[in-house]
Design a protein around this ligand. Structure first.
Ligand code: AMP
Length: 225
């Protein structure tokens, strides 16, 4: 059984690295952001409660997040373990998590703010089908047009330089104490996330003594976050 937490600023590749790690190690990838997005898209009661916050990239209240994480982990579908992405995001969530679950390690993807700006401000979204693009890592074939449905590509509402600067400030204020808390328990491996996705994945595996990564056709394109 392997239980990991993956942390990193927006654009650091958390989603991509989690999927690559989960795939051949049979870990369940639990993305708290994906769970919220599913609720918003499916118009559930929870979706209505979090819709505005998720759209603005602001944090959902701790009680709600902790309920979602508890319910998700209570499914116990993670026979070989899990990798949880996007949680904990602040000190209180970290304390809740440490009281309730044992973990084997924390993967801390480290990306300088300058590189975050470059990556995040290059993100585009299809206004019709919602497909994600990135003008650095995943360019559309025709500029400004979705490869899948031909819709117009737009910038996400919350991907402006001002909004990003605010989110980065907020991220550091909240996450740095979490990293410190986990570091005291000697769980944390800080990984340089500037390299390409395969190199980052290999580094994670070497640092955690995991079997080497073998690329497969299942590999994701670069995901946001
Ligand atoms: P992510 O995909 O991880 O960036 O998450 C998308 C959105 O879901 C965030 O901007 C928050 O609104 C919400 N969210 C995800 N994880 C958490 C968390 N641990 N605490 C509070 N809000 C969260």
């Amino acid at each position: 059984m392997r239980k990991y937490v993956i942390m990193g600023v927006q654009g650091s590749g958390k989603g991509t690295q989690s999927v690559m790690l989960a795939h051949d190690l049979d870990l369940v990838h639990i993305s708290v952001g994906d769970i919220f997005r599913w609720h918003v898209k499916s118009h559930t009661k929870l979706g209505a409660q979090v819709r505005r916050l998720v759209a603005a990239g602001e944090l959902v209240g701790d009680d709600l997040v902790e309920d979602v994480v508890r319910d998700r982990l209570q499914l116990h579908d993670w026979n070989y373990g899990f990798i949880i992405d996007g949680f904990p995001r602040n000190r209180r969530q970290a304390e809740f998590f440490l009281e309730s679950y044992d973990i084997d390690g924390v993967i801390h993807l480290d990306l300088p703010d300058e590189e975050v700006r470059r990556r995040v401000l290059a993100r585009r979204l299809c206004s019709r089908c919602g497909m994600d693009y990135n003008l650095i890592a995943h360019r559309p074939e025709t500029e400004g047009r979705c490869d899948v449905c031909g819709g117009d590509l737009v910038t996400r509402q919350d991907d402006t330089p001002d909004a990003l600067a605010r989110r980065l400030r907020d991220y550091h204020n909240k996450i740095d104490p979490v990293v410190e808390l986990f570091r005291r328990k000697e769980y944390v491996m800080t990984i340089d996330a500037r390299a390409d996705k395969t190199t980052v994945q290999q580094t994670i595996r070497t640092r955690f003594n995991l079997p080497p990564y073998t690329p497969s056709h299942m590999d994701p394109v670069e995901l946001p976050g």
